[in-house]
Design a protein around this ligand. Structure first.
Ligand SMILES: Nc1ncnc2c1ncn2[C@@H]1O[C@H](COP(=O)(O)OP(=O)(O)O)[C@@H](O)[C@H]1O
Ligand SMILES: [Mg+2]
Length: 300
């Protein structure tokens, strides 16, 4: 098959591993910087150009779209979708999970446990918002943050108000969330392929940071999920319409809670769990790419 990896980082571990596994399994593979693609929007003929030539005869794309390029990147993915090319993550699903408000609404609707969450923007009812989120200490997150940037722990009401006010003045959408103390500094990543867990790890911050993102200096160790966690991860992936994704969960006293679903999960989990996750992704493409493009059925 002809596989295109849409990535701005040809040298990063995830891209290299996907390419390596695709080659090992006998495919043609090309890493394409989607930010440098251009698209001719013409009647009946959706084409993606790259370096002066149209990208033709593509059987499958693997989008590895950076948060900061979501809009343009998903437009490129959509252009491939218009041609009927198989993608491991649909443009609509990538957009869906890049918005924390939208994701939490969908997760909650599907009865998936999430931390108590309040969305706000131009409110001056700070006291009321804080109360709805269960009081301080609490977490405030920007709606489109990633890698732990834009996630703040407010210890008391004064701090919470100040942070909310700052976001409000900047016109940033944010959400206010119950602080899961008992799990502070750790979370669980389940890597899903074909809607099933293929690897799982616990991430732990190395200092006293409450954020466990590897980008914030967190460290991963392999972990076995409970049945409840596994089922929850499967349900979250299904509800987001992402057969291949990373589901992040926290172990709260009242059970597992989903924190977010990641459409371009990092393959560094392979180094933690010593499993061949990239190979599973290519295998998934082999089984699904031919003539079976799935319709998005989430409806939001
Ligand atoms: N409600 C919460 N309670 C405790 N810790 C949290 C909470 N929300 C997030 N965290 C910590 O902060 C990290 C980043 O939050 P997350 O919602 O995943 O944002 P990002 O998209 O920036 O990764 C999480 O991995 C977790 O360790
Ligand atoms: Mg996260």
């Amino acid at each position: 098959m002809n596989i295109v990896i849409l990535s701005k980082g040809p040298g990063n571990y995830s891209t290299r591993r996907l390419k390596e596994e695709a080659l090992l399994r006998g495919h043609n593979v090309r890493v394409v910087n989607y930010a440098q693609c251009y698209m001719a929007i013409e009647k009946g003929r959706p084409v993606v150009f790259y370096k002066g030539k149209p990208l033709t005869d593509v059987d499958a794309v693997i989008p590895r779209i950076a948060q900061s390029n979501t809009k343009y990147g998903t437009a490129v993915v959509r252009q491939f979708e218009m041609q009927g090319v198989f993608t491991t993550a649909s443009s609509i699903a990538i957009n869906r999970v890049r918005d924390k408000l939208r994701s939490y609404q969908l997760l909650a609707k599907s009865d998936i446990g999430i931390p108590k969450t309040v969305f706000a923007r131009e409110t001056s009812d700070f006291e009321d918002v804080i109360e709805h989120a269960g009081g301080t200490p609490l977490i405030i997150k920007v709606a489109r943050g990633t890698h732990g940037n834009g996630v703040v722990l407010a210890e008391n009401k004064k701090a919470a108000q100040a942070v909310m006010q700052a976001f409000y003045v900047e016109g940033v959408n944010f959400l206010v969330q119950e602080f899961i103390k008992e799990a502070a500094g750790t979370d669980i990543r389940a890597f899903m392929v074909g809607g099933r867990v293929v690897a799982s790890m616990k991430r732990q911050s190395l200092d006293d940071d409450f954020r466990s993102n590897l980008h914030q200096g967190g460290e991963g160790t392999p972990i076995k999920l409970t049945t409840e966690e596994r089922k929850m991860a499967q349900k979250a992936a299904k509800e987001m319409g992402l057969p291949i994704c990373g589901v992040d969960m926290m172990r709260a006293d009242r059970g597992p809670l989903v924190l977010e679903v990641n459409a371009s999960p990092g393959f560094n989990i392979e180094r933690v769990t010593h499993s061949n996750v990239a190979g599973k992704v290519i295998e998934y493409i082999e089984h699904n790419a031919k003539g079976r493009r799935k319709k998005d059925k989430v409806g939001a």
